[in-house]
Write a protein that binds this ligand. Sequence first.
Ligand SMILES: [Zn+2]
Length: 319
Amino acid sequence: MKYGIDCGHNATPDTGAVGIKQEDVLTLAVGSRVMAGLRSLGHEVVNCTPTKASSVGDSLRQRCQIANSEKVDVFVSIHFNAFNCKAYGTEVYAMSNSGKTLAKNVINEICSLGFFNRGVKDGSHLYVLKNTCMPAILVECCFVDSATDMNLLNADTMAAAIVKGLTGQCVATPAKSPDRAAKWQEFIDVLKAANIAYPQLKPAQLAQAILESGRGTSELFLEHNNPYGLKWRREMSEIAQNVSYKAHDGVDDYCKFQTLEDAVKGYWLFIGRKPYQGWEQYSSPEDYLKFIVGCGYCPDKAYANKVISILPEARKLLH
Ligand SMILES: [Zn+2]
């Protein structure tokens, strides 16, 4: 099959909606993944997004012209909605019956990710549907001004759902990406349940993880079970492997843990090393954090205060 994919807007003066995120950025993120996914399944793909336009009308005209002259079998225009910050969910527009069938398959796949199903709608007023000669759909993936939708959105899984809806075929998504939030919650639960020698310091341990892993979004956490950004030290070999990883301060060797339980234990093994001798005498998380930073835990002198400012959030999560 030959698919024409249109990443909505992205051709000034045709720019998309702006909410919590920018529609232009998201249609490109999802659209490029849809194209890659379709190609990985052996389909032919034509990118119908123009690079420049003299007006919004010209931008829309070019999209249809590319699809029509390339004789694509199916045209898919990718958009994001915006309304009043309260509306949320997915809607897909189509005109022809074959378009509506595709639209239904696509919306069902997207809504299986947890998005609210606003339904397949008649798109006979939409320029790109009216002016393309093949089955065509316009996908409003979700709302850029809805916190609910933006928290749920992941470009990889959104694109995979669109591809599945179009083709019935599954594309491989990067490992674990659909489970990010679940993995972070799992880590919090593991830490909560962990039996550690100085439980009053748990909030410090979690606050450091919140800061270092970006609330469970870092690759080091997702791929290597290391929410603390713990660098590799020889003494860690009893519980961790070393892995080369590029962080904000360059490439270095970091700890890779088999399990999240090991990560929790590994943290205390790391702190039990010589540079931090004497940490046991600090029973408040604040004093403990100042102490380890004083011992060289982090070159950023503001690190202790940054972590201390996250302690309330950590305490709440551990409650
Ligand atoms: Zn749009």
